[in-house]
Design a protein. Structure first.
Length: 297
């Protein structure tokens, strides 16, 4: 009796639920890594270009140089047009920290008035303030410049910082108002029973509980002021008062073309460090504040 063999057919087993989840997770991670590569490519290019000779920055397609050089960073110590780069960084630091202090003080006070004090016309004034977000910056630029010029305040930091101390940044006021409105009113009533006025309630109760909103405003304000180019370009005339953004412009020649690509790229990389350090320093407090309700038993 001869054994007969029957052909067997193999079929691919359908994916189980866990298999589909793993495939979906793998696809999601691959997509996230692709997006991350696109986002980080300019930063990687900046890092690689800072270690290249000036002639290779534009002509070479290689992301990182085979033989990195440090001459671009060494030349920064000599300064630009007899002005040390430390001057530019000090000016930017004064501008950025002054902006942060002004925004936190003026916007938090204004937000407290809108959120915790009932007065006639409060809703109308709040709506008008929000409406200022629709005004383009360039529409206000000419009248503001004429005003500061007549007051002989150009070529100073007053035009750049004055608005920060007058709560003209409606976005940050709105952010703090929305946060303060979520705080229990019972805190204000208990403080009034103890004899506290509005200033004491603002400083001792509301302000500490608004730490997430304050830190968020501080981070965005510091970044915006550090990277601001239009404001210093309009109001500052002396190179000794230039910020980092204007200092980078001094690498151009008379034709408006960068004469020293290596120095410009190296200074651009160094200019990123204060912003990165500021964010890394305060992100822990931001995350901690957002993870909790801000109220302690």
């Amino acid at each position: 009796m001869s054994a007969t063999t029957t052909p067997t057919t193999t079929s691919r087993a359908p994916l189980t639920g866990s298999g589909r989840r793993r495939a979906g997770s793998l696809a999601w991670h691959i997509g996230a890594l692709a997006v991350l590569a696109v986002v980080l490519y300019p930063v990687l290019w900046l890092v690689g270009a800072s270690f290249k000779p000036g002639k290779d920055i534009i002509n070479s397609l290689q992301l990182f140089p085979g033989r990195p050089i440090f001459a671009n960073f060494k030349n920064l110590a000599d300064g630009i047009a007899d002005i040390g780069i430390r001057t530019f960084f000090q000016n930017s630091l004064v501008y950025a920290l002054g902006s942060v202090a002004g925004i936190l003080l003026s916007c938090s006070l204004t937000a407290y008035a809108f959120a915790r004090i009932g007065f006639a016309g409060r809703n109308t004034l709040f709506a008008l303030m929000i409406g200022t977000l629709l005004l383009p910056y360039h529409v206000l630029l000419v009248p503001q410049y004429v005003m500061f010029q007549k007051l002989q305040l150009t070529n100073t930091y007053v035009p750049l910082l004055l608005g920060k101390y007058l709560a003209t940044e409606a976005f940050f006021v709105f952010l703090m108002v929305q946060f303060m409105r979520n705080l229990p009113r019972e805190l204000d009533e208990a403080a009034r029973i103890d004899g506290c006025g509005h200033l004491r309630i603002y400083w001792s109760i509301v302000l500490p509980l608004c730490r997430p909103a304050l830190i968020t405003s501080a981070i965005f304000t510091f970044i915006n002021a550090w990277n601001d180019f239009m404001g210093p370009l309009i109001y500052l005339n002396e190179p000794g008062k230039y910020t980092v953004s204007l200092g980078l412009m001094m690498f151009r020649d008379s034709d408006g073309v960068a004469a020293n690509y290596g120095g410009m790229i190296a200074m651009s990389l160094v200019a990123l460090l204060p912003v990165l350090l500021f964010f890394l320093t305060f992100q822990r407090y931001l995350i901690d504040g957002m993870a909790t309700s801000g109220l302690k038993g």
